[in-house]
Design a protein around this ligand. Structure first.
Ligand SMILES: C[S@@+](CC[C@H](N)C(=O)[O-])C[C@H]1O[C@@H](n2cnc3c(N)ncnc32)[C@H](O)[C@@H]1O
Length: 256
């Protein structure tokens, strides 16, 4: 239960490492370590669980603001690619707890930002957390959050001056072809508007060949699109560059 007023003023943008990945192997490690009093064999069994617990604890710390703040830096990497002047409206697709949407609003004092998300599922994100974070960050009047799916965005073609998304498209379960999610996102951007989407674009099983993806995006009437491999960035610690962490992420950005 949150009892102190300090907690009420603290933003919560969540952590990409679920706490379950720490406590579940952690509990198993403790059980096997306890059993090793009866047989040394259980020490060997405990070892992989100790390593898994240690790895995910480290990753959790590096992602969090109290540690390396890597999540925020990866999000900033997205906004740094957005070549928008900040005048008008922007959409954040799969906004989670509103981190990127709020950051966007703070970066562009004239912008109105909408964040959409499906919420629920395995992520501990919510509409209430978005609204609370926006309030704490002082951007309530210029942010709006609503439930929607990335596969059927409830906006007319060309509604927004800019669109962003971070680490979402590959998660969209009802899209067999993840390129369709990119297309749907771009549909909502005005002609001449800007976009920067980060996802597992280098992973062929989701997006196929990256050059072919860029060509296809151009064939949808997009004027300019570029890919940058975020995983090569120096600010991401090496141990986090494993494929199942943030070792295969990149940004496609440009102008429609
Ligand atoms: C890894 S989290 C990223 C959240 C946020 N963009 C960030 O950077 O912290 C993935 C998000 O995608 C959302 N998501 C998954 N499928 C979705 C869908 N079909 N439509 C909208 N959001 C979806 C999840 O609810 C979750 O908030």
């Amino acid at each position: 239960m949150k009892s102190s007023s300090k907690n009420e003023t603290k933003v919560n943008y969540g952590n990409w490492v679920s706490k379950r990945l720490i406590w579940f192997p952690g509990v198993l490690a403790i059980i096997f370590l306890a059993l090793s009093f009866f047989s040394y064999y259980f020490l060997i069994v405990a070892l992989p669980f100790i390593i898994i617990t240690a790895y995910f604890s480290y990753a959790y710390y590096e992602f969090s603001p109290a540690g390396g703040n890597i999540q925020a830096r990866i999000r900033r990497f997205v906004l740094d690619r957005l070549e928008w002047d900040g005048k008008g409206t922007a959409l954040d697709i799969g906004c989670g707890n509103g981190a990127l949407a709020v950051e966007l609003t703070k970066k562009y004092p004239q912008a109105q930002v909408t964040g959409i998300d499906y919420w629920g599922g395995e992520w501990e994100y919510s509409l209430a957390a978005c609204e609370k974070n926006a309030s704490i960050e002082g951007v309530v009047g210029r942010t709006k959050f609503q439930k929607a799916s990335a596969t059927a965005l409830p906006f007319e073609d060309g509604t927004f001056d800019a669109a962003v998304s971070n680490f979402v498209f590959h998660e969209v379960k009802d899209a067999k072809n993840k390129r369709d999610v990119v297309k749907e996102a771009l549909r909502t951007v005005k002609k001449g508007g800007y976009f920067a989407f980060q996802d597992l674009f280098p992973v062929k099983q989701f997006y196929g060949n990256i050059d072919e993806l860029l060509e296809e995006i151009k064939s949808w009437g997009v004027e300019d699109v570029t890919f940058v491999n975020t995983s090569n960035a120096d600010f991401i610690p090496r141990p986090l560059k494993l494929p199942f962490m943030v070792g295969s992420i990149g940004i496609i950005y440009g102008r429609k």
